[in-house]
Write a protein that binds this ligand. Structure first.
Ligand SMILES: Cc1ncc(COP(=O)(O)O)c(C=O)c1O
Length: 499
């Protein structure tokens, strides 16, 4: 291969089937080796590099391409660099954010979209991607408990965009002139106080303003309290305010608490308010016979958001916005784009998904989920959900049985929030206790053996585990907790000495 290719040679080459075969063989070998190592636990979980150093390395590699003699070798070395520098979510010590160790098979299906580019503003540009999306939405609507002929939905790039899309639909249905005239001055959004920050963001984007969010306080288990919701709605009515929607969570992010949807739906019905359920994280519990009761009443919602790139174990991103009433499918947006949407063929609007999403060009978001679902059926999702819920329960029981820890809650799902709090720290100053938790986490993740996160609840810094990898065994959980206790003992002693 010449050191510097002519433009024509280069273009011929990058589209040649020989190059594709050669490069994909290299790719397969590198990925196979990587997975083998990660699954065997022979790597670190997080390969921590200072961000500025990582940027400098990425930049320097970009500068080295043109002088390369053997592009196969270079491809291999770039792949190795990518894999070596990433976060190994498939390592059994990964118990971190609500992002899964995706099923690799879903990645393979997803890759078809990356290789063949099937974007979907209009059906004819991504016919199979669109078909898959519709099939997925229908299946998810069924799981929610809706008739797919009466309900509808779209996939978006993530739960944040999905919540915005659902709330925009609610706004346009509740205030029919608002697409042209903007959100009325007396509109308010009523939200569970622990709702994900994207709900507040949506209020900002919708021109409502975050000041017009009326937060409904959670109870001692951090669930939205229906009685408080009723009081907020009554007060809003007395003040002449008009609710855009009530946002309930299934579950809320901090500790994974599921709101009592049935009772919330009663209140919403009584006040005739749009009920939106953010089930970005917990929607997948609908796949489990054991756990679907957590979402009892979800079928009474007007809109639901459910992320498949969380507990359905597909790669990011694949989020669904589901609407109970099919008649609302064209209420989210109003636009005129004759170069895209053919006014002489109105039936195609059902399939030209760009009419219904923020995105114009949109990735073929459903390939991974559709492929996995078609290959393994419902069972694979049920097994995954049950497994990670089980592991969380095991962790909670271990924490409860060990007097060095304090659990902040009994977990509803796969999220556990707790603190290292032995007898010796119980009377210590809150700042000192908080500092110990922070140090534990920092040391733990830098060790490369485990990855967990931290959060702050009512001023208390806590350790947070989210079980998103079916390979995290009970033994691994016990070992993580033992490491945490050992680190905690060391940092607590240092902090007390310095105090
Ligand atoms: C309850 C909830 N809603 C929405 C989101 C946002 O989803 P995404 O990260 O896909 O934008 C999250 C993310 O963790 C979440 O937990």
């Amino acid at each position: 291969m010449p050191a510097v290719d002519s433009a024509l040679d280069l273009l011929d080459r990058i589209y040649s089937s020989e190059d594709f075969d050669r490069m994909s063989a290299i790719w397969q070998q590198a990925m196979g080796h990587h997975f083998q190592q990660v699954l065997a636990g022979d790597t670190r979980v997080l390969n921590w590099t200072e961000p500025a150093d990582a940027v400098a390395l990425a930049e320097s590699l970009m500068a080295g391409g043109t002088a390369t003699a053997d592009r196969g070798e270079r491809f291999e070395s770039l792949l190795t660099q990518m894999l070596r520098s990433g976060h190994n979510l498939h390592h059994s010590g990964y118990i971190g954010h609500q992002v899964p160790a995706n099923a690799p098979i879903a990645g393979l299906f997803d890759a078809v979209g990356s290789m063949t580019n099937q974007p979907m503003a209009v059906y004819e540009m991504g016919p199979w991607a669109t078909a898959v999306e519709h099939a997925i939405v229908r299946a998810m609507c069924r799981k929610v408990g809706w008739d797919p002929e009466q309900s509808t939905g779209v996939l978006t790039h993530g739960g944040s965009l999905a919540n915005l899309t659902a709330l925009l639909t609610a706004r346009n249905v509740v205030f029919p002139d608002s697409w042209r005239n903007g959100t009325p001055d007396n509109a308010v959004l009523i939200s569970q106080s622990d709702a994900h920050y994207c709900v507040a963001r949506s209020a900002g984007i919708l021109g409502l303003g975050t000041k017009r969010i009326l937060a409904v306080d959670v109870d001692d288990q951090r669930r939205m309290c229906p009685e408080r919701l009723e009081r907020v709605l009554q007060q809003a009515r007395d003040d002449g305010q008009q609710p855009l929607a009530v946002v309930a969570c299934a579950c809320a992010t901090p500790i994974g608490a599921f709101d009592p949807l049935d009772r919330i739906a009663d209140v919403c019905e009584q006040y005739q308010v749009w009920l939106h359920v953010d089930a970005a994280h917990g929607g997948a519990a609908l796949m489990s016979r054991q756990h679907r009761g957590l979402l009892r009443g979800v079928e009474r919602a007007d809109s639901v958001v459910w992320d498949a790139h969380k507990m359905m174990f597909v790669p990011a991103l694949c989020a669904a916005v589901l609407l109970k009433n099919r008649e609302h499918r064209f209420h989210t947006f109003e636009q005129d784009a004759p170069y895209l949407f053919d006014p002489d063929n109105p039936g195609m609007a059902e399939y030209d998904n760009g009419v219904r999403t923020v995105e114009c060009t949109k990735r073929s978001l459903g390939f991974g989920l559709w492929g996995m679902w078609s290959l393994y059926g419902d069972e694979v999702f049920e097994r995954l959900v049950d497994r990670v819920f089980d592991r969380c329960r095991f962790a909670w029981q271990t924490v409860c049985d060990d007097e060095r820890f304090e659990s902040l809650h009994e977990p509803d799902c796969n999220i556990l929030v707790f603190r290292y709090l032995p007898e010796s720290l119980r009377a210590a100053a809150p700042d000192l206790v908080n500092a110990v938790q922070r140090k534990i986490r920092a040391a733990l993740i830098r060790s490369g053996d485990f990855y967990i996160v931290q959060t702050t609840i009512a001023g208390q810094v806590c350790l947070r585990m989210c079980f998103m990898n079916p390979a995290t065994t009970e033994q691994k959980v016990a070992s993580a907790l033992q490491n945490i206790a050992e680190l905690g003992e060391q940092f607590a002693a240092e902090a007390m000495d310095a105090d």
